[in-house]
Design a protein around this ligand. Structure first.
Ligand code: NAI
Length: 434
């Protein structure tokens, strides 16, 4: 048990700016605000000590304060070394919530920060809930602090990559807690991963490079939810977009959405912008780098930096690396300049401000519902991975309609009977894919 450090952020003086932006974000996060109104008075998370490990952004600050309003004690770290927004972290620290996060930390500090969140307050009470994004906090508890597991009621996981890890653990018998897969709520992956990246990918490339995107050739590796949003983001900016895929279904989707689908080796000599969005490893490696055009821009929007073989790049061409500005580096390979963004880590959080508030309100409403469910009913669950019931997914969507001026057609009883659904939902079977 470490000694108590109340918080560690870059600059607490940024708190006032952070608070102003949190206020603006609240106005764009109707889901979280509705949950505060619904559950705030009954304090359903009273007694919960939630340790969170998720990009410490302005939007996450609204999530944290929602959990606090529902009665929880919360500690926080960021799940990526570049994704913290220092004004958001400062505002959370100034509100008295223990947060350990700053933009541009090293790996050792990253682990130190997560470790601080395991114990609460001066009397070092251990966490009893996990809220994770990518699985690093979960792995630390399971692999380094297994004695803490017995106190913990459950965990909720935000992203595709973290969810993969959980299913793997379930398969090999090392999942020690009930887990809710937030990612696969429809109102998470089909919105945040897709529409979020549609806004934040191009934003990141522009902030990093100021490059004219219109007319350029870009390649997006992976046409899952993140890839779909990323490809559309680039097309919207006027790029001609190539897509690579291993899965014939997603490849066909890309083709029918109007993208050219070819193998990476063929895309490399044509593309000026490379974006990996697979959640897989080794997508851009030595032979690709060596065949790229001069001034090619390489970035990743998947969870981990191993989509791009940064280890090879740094080992073989590290001596040519020069920093243009933080999170923008240039390497020289065979006389050609290659520009790498955010050191290969997720570019929308490294080089821009992540996803906009509105779409994160959908994701974080699911997170909040997952925490409520696990805290109240953890004994109903086995040590398996669950998704939230569809009725809650529909509830999250419903909470966001008014904000975009959308109004539902009322379903008549006769119609409900005809299609075989309850008038109040759920409106689709679990098979439905949206
Ligand atoms: P997904 O599973 O829907 O899509 C990944 C796609 O990549 C699949 O269609 C798969 O067939 C394809 N793929 C796998 N290996 C490939 C290869 N070698 N070449 C080409 N394509 C390949 O996953 P999703 O939800 O799109 O997430 C992708 C990554 O992005 C994950 O690591 C996830 O955690 C992360 N993520 C990042 C966000 C951000 O804001 N930066 C937001 C949400 C998710």
């Amino acid at each position: 048990t470490s000694t108590y450090v109340p918080y560690k952020v870059k600059d607490i003086a940024l708190a006032e700016w952070g608070r102003k932006e949190i206020k603006l974000a609240e106005a764009e996060m109707p889901g979280l605000m509705a949950l505060r109104a619904e559950y705030g008075p009954s304090q359903p998370l009273k007694g919960a000590r939630v340790a969170g490990c998720l990009h410490m952004t302005i939007q996450t600050a609204v999530l944290i304060e929602t959990l606090v309003e529902l009665g929880a004690d919360v500690t926080w770290s960021s799940c990526n070394i570049f994704s913290t927004q220092d004004h958001a972290a400062a505002a959370i620290a100034a509100a008295g919530i223990p947060v350990y996060a700053w933009k541009g930390m090293n790996e050792e500090e990253f682990n130190w920060c997560i470790e601080q969140t395991l114990f609460f307050g001066e009397d070092r009470q251990p966490l009893n809930m996990i809220l994770d994004d990518g699985g690093d906090l979960t792995n630390m508890v399971f692999d380094v602090y297994p004695e803490l597991i017995q106190n913990i009621k459950g965990l909720s996981e935000e992203t595709t990559t973290g969810v993969h890890r959980l299913y793997e653990r379930m398969k090999n018998g090392t999942l020690h807690l009930p887990a809710i897969n937030v990612n696969d709520s429809v109102t998470k992956s089909k919105f945040d991963n897709k529409y979020g990246c549609r806004e934040s990918l191009v934003d990141a490339i522009r902030r990093a490079t100021d490059l004219m995107l219109a007319g350029k050739v870009a390649v997006v590796a992976g046409y899952g939810d993140v890839g779909k949003g990323s490809a559309e983001s680039l097309r919207g900016a006027g790029c001609r977009v190539l897509v690579t895929e291993i899965d014939p279904i997603c490849a066909l989707q890309a083709a029918m959405d109007g993208f050219e689908v070819i193998p990476m080796d063929e895309a490399v000599p044509r593309a000026q912008i490379f974006v990996t969005a697979t959640g897989n490893v080794g997508i851009i490696k030595a032979r690709h780098f060596e065949a790229m055009r001069d001034k090619a821009i390489v970035c990743n929007i998947g969870h981990f930096d191993n989509e791009i073989d940064m280890a090879w790049l740094n080992q073989n061409y590290g001596q040519t690396k020069s920093q243009i500005k933080p999170q923008v580096d240039m390497y020289e390979i065979n006389g050609k300049d290659i520009i790498v963004l955010a050191e290969g880590r997720l570019v929308n959080l490294g080089c821009a401000m992540g996803h906009p508030s509105f779409v994160m309100s959908c994701s974080f409403a699911n997170q909040t519902l997952a925490q409520l469910e696990l805290w109240a009913n953890s004994d109903k669950y086995e040590n398996k991975v669950y998704v939230l019931p569809k009725i809650l997914d529909e509830k999250v969507a419903a909470m966001h309609l008014a904000h975009v001026g959308a109004r539902l057609e009322p379903l008549e009883q006769e119609q409900a009977d005809y299609i075989g659904v309850p008038v109040a939902g759920p409106f689709k079977s679990d098979m439905y894919r949206y």
